[in-house]
Design a protein around this ligand. Structure first.
Ligand SMILES: [Zn+2]
Length: 252
């Protein structure tokens, strides 16, 4: 096989790294090729539009030039042409809360796409939708972030339950909550380390997972904060577990 190939894809710029004096390595989450790293030549030399389009949060259409037969092959592909689809970064970086929420979204999207070159269309669509919502500024950035994190978990197969018991299915609302057990649990399924969140926080998280913005936007600040804490604990528990299993695989 081998040889040279051109391919086009659209994607979100997750991050950029310096390469040499004038170049950058751009990491994108693309629609058709999953996470892609590619070299953008000369983007740091001038304030070219080409470089400006390849900033984090940008939704771009890119033409790649690859020398290998496959995407993840010898060397990284080159970005040869870029067209802006939506420059979400402009609105996001101008506001501190949007910027921190957006940065967490990009980092999570990268961690949820383990393998380079493997399409994850659902995760890609979640990220595009999440950044669009964040840039539009219609909902509190922390709510947009938590909705994105919960749906990313769901797409990854770790959907938490906020109503019915995650263990026995007892219809909710249920009082207890356990990250390890998968979310809301009933009194009989309660495990050590279970917490008792406010009913309002569980209602909020259920609304964020299903996209019920009317309910989410009406939540009080303290319930938003409490909900964020639960989302964060849930996410980190799963990410750490994922990392542990990855290390285990590498050792073997
Ligand atoms: Zn139960």
């Amino acid at each position: 096989m081998g040889g040279m190939s051109l391919f086009r894809d659209d994607g979100i710029v997750l991050r950029t790294q310096k390469l040499g004096e004038a170049d950058r390595i751009i990491t994108l989450l693309t629609r058709g090729n999953g996470r892609v790293r590619a070299v953008a030549r000369g983007v740091r030399r001038t304030k070219s539009k080409f470089g400006a389009r390849l900033e984090p949060f940008s939704h771009v259409d890119v033409q790649f030039f690859s020398r290998g037969s496959t995407l993840v092959g010898r060397g990284l592909p080159l970005c040869t042409q870029t067209e802006s689809i939506a420059p979400y970064g402009r609105s996001i970086v101008s506001d501190y809360d949007r910027y921190t929420a957006g940065t967490a979204m990009l980092e999570t999207a990268e961690r949820f796409t383990d393998h380079e070159g493997e399409a994850n269309v659902q995760q890609y669509l979640l990220l595009v939708g999440g950044l669009r919502t964040l840039a539009a500024g219609q909902h509190a950035p922390s709510l947009v972030l938590d909705a994105f994190l919960l749906r990313s978990l769901a797409v990854g197969g770790y959907a938490p339950s906020f109503v019915d018991c995650a263990r026995c299915g007892l219809p909710g609302p249920n009082r207890f909550f356990s990250v390890a057990a998968g979310g809301a649990i009933c009194v009989d399924c309660r495990v050590p380390g279970s917490v008792v969140p406010s009913p309002e926080a569980l209602l909020l998280l259920g609304a964020l997972l299903t996209g019920d913005w009317a309910t989410a936007d009406a939540a009080e600040r303290r319930h938003v904060r409490e909900g964020s804490g639960l989302v964060s604990a849930y996410l980190h528990w799963h990410l750490e577990r994922g990392l542990r299993s990855l290390r285990f695989v590498q050792k073997g």
